[in-house]
Design a protein around this ligand. Structure first.
Ligand code: AMP
Ligand code: GLY
Length: 436
């Protein structure tokens, strides 16, 4: 069969790599892909941007693609699945309606409230003066969020009133995020530890994937500005069997049930970003209507059963009887970034040492890379995700940094502490609370 993956990041390289390993898959097309997908056996890049839905549909029809998997949120929120469905093409991802869970913060907050799913207290505003009045009458810190998609940059954690008022001005008045900032959400700041909870959902059926956690902050110790993700690992020792059950009962089941009741049933990867407080209570920070990046990379390195089979089980309503098989080892991915990221950074720097970095247990997933006259050069802020398997978090971490140490380009940078929470938690874990 032929499969099309849409997107060009590390997540899409991992999806394509896993799909190409299947004996049933003849060709994986990736649109537009990167230098990593271009070099992968059985994978072919198509030079079509991930947001050009007309051209993607035409390519899927021309290549007689049997299954399409959508990586990023923008085409999902813009209705790519509705278009593929109308054309009779199997497409794995939510339609435009349920993708609003990520496409609009006010939609997702109202949804959480309607279905009594725990989340931070919130208000939404279109009028800057009203937002300012509300800020002046509430204790700090507060979190200010542009309503629409803002490429991960639309969330500001404001420590004081001035910062909160500036954020409101930037979003609503200066329109820094364009149409995505015609409305904003202000919410209570939640303390705790963040985890990523990613499932495959299909109507009322849901299959939680292996647990994972990412590091969103740029600097050591989870400090500094937020990024798309500086590294991730699976499983997440924080998510023991007790917490896993609570998340399923209090967040995931009410979510998919709520979507069915509202007649926008979900199909695809569903990602709940959760804050776990010191008493172990989960609360939803956000929904994503897609697989996480970089969580996909360690999760798929642990998936032993097929990805095509998993998608087919969901598309054919057999998810409740489907059993995914996981490698019991830990997987940990370190994101190598271009100097300056998440701010300004250079592109076009030649990367060396890519082949030497890989082994049976180490895989280099590309994100912001492209081929240029036979060389691989940087082409984005997050450039690579070096992902490794190990018997323990410590071993997986050691292996991943071994891989990182062979790779070089001008301005390469990375966090040296990916997995620090997991290392600490594994040392204190009670044996009866195994991780999943
Ligand atoms: P979001 O896109 O809504 O998940 O926000 C991006 C990041 O901002 C999250 O991953 C958290 O690190 C942080 N964040 C968002 N909302 C809150 C909140 N209510 N309390 C604390 N941190 C938050
Ligand atoms: N790793 C965070 C995200 O995919 O949004």
């Amino acid at each position: 069969m032929k499969v099309l993956v849409i997107g060009n990041g590390g997540r899409e390289h991992a999806l394509a790599w896993k799909l190409a390993a299947s004996a049933r898959v003849k060709t994986v097309y990736v649109a537009p892909g990167n230098a990593g997908t271009a070099a992968e056996g059985g994978v072919q890049n198509l030079p079509i941007p991930a947001d050009d839905i007309d051209a993607l549909l035409a390519a899927a029809l021309a290549h007689r693609v049997d299954l399409t998997i959508i990586g990023p949120e923008a085409p999902l929120v813009n209705g790519i699945v509705d278009r593929f469905d109308e054309a009779g093409l199997a497409c794995f991802g939510p339609r435009r309606g349920p993708a609003q869970l990520e496409g609009s913060k006010s939609f997702s907050k109202a949804f959480l409230e309607r279905h009594s799913i725990p989340t931070a207290a919130w208000q939404s505003f279109t009028d800057p003066a009203a937002a300012g009045d509300w800020i002046r009458s509430h204790p700090m810190p507060l979190v200010i969020k542009a309503d629409g998609l803002a490429a991960g940059k639309g969330v500001i954690v404001a420590q004081d009133q001035d910062q909160a008022l500036r954020a409101v001005d930037e979003i609503l008045v200066q329109q820094r995020f364009g149409a995505a900032g015609q409305r904003l959400v202000i919410e209570e700041f939640l303390e705790g530890e963040e985890i990523s909870f990613i499932c495959v959902a299909a109507g009322t059926q849901v299959l939680p994937l292996a647990t994972s956690q990412d590091h969103k902050a740029r600097e050591v110790g989870d400090r500094g500005p937020n990024t798309g993700g500086m590294g991730a690992y699976s499983p997440a020792p924080r998510v023991d069997t007790v917490l896993h059950q609570r998340i399923m009962d209090e967040v995931i089941h009410p979510t998919i049930q709520g979507l069915v009741e509202e007649k926008i049933p979900y199909l695809g990867f569903l990602y709940a970003g959760l804050m776990i407080d010191s008493s172990g209570n989960p609360r939803v920070l956000e929904y994503n209507c897609r697989f996480g990046d970089p969580e996909t990379q360690p999760i798929l390195m642990r998936l032993r059963s097929g990805l095509v089979e998993l998608c087919e089980a969901a598309l054919e309503g057999r998810l409740d009887r489907y059993d995914a098989q996981w490698d019991p080892r830990f997987a940990l991915g370190v994101v190598m970034v271009a100097k300056g990221y998440p701010g300004e950074y250079a592109r076009g720097d030649e990367i060396s040492g890519l082949e030497q970095a890989e082994s049976d247990t180490i895989k280099v997933f590309h994100a912001g890379t492209r081929q240029q006259t036979g060389r691989v050069v940087t082409d984005g802020g997050r450039v690579l995700c070096v992902t490794a398997l190990g018997e323990t978090v410590g071993q997986a971490q050691h292996q991943a940094y071994e891989g990182v140490s062979t790779i070089c380009w001008r301005g390469a940078d990375w966090r040296p502490d990916i997995g620090w929470r997991a290392l600490a938690q594994q040392q204190t874990q009670k044996p009866e609370n195994e991780t999943l």
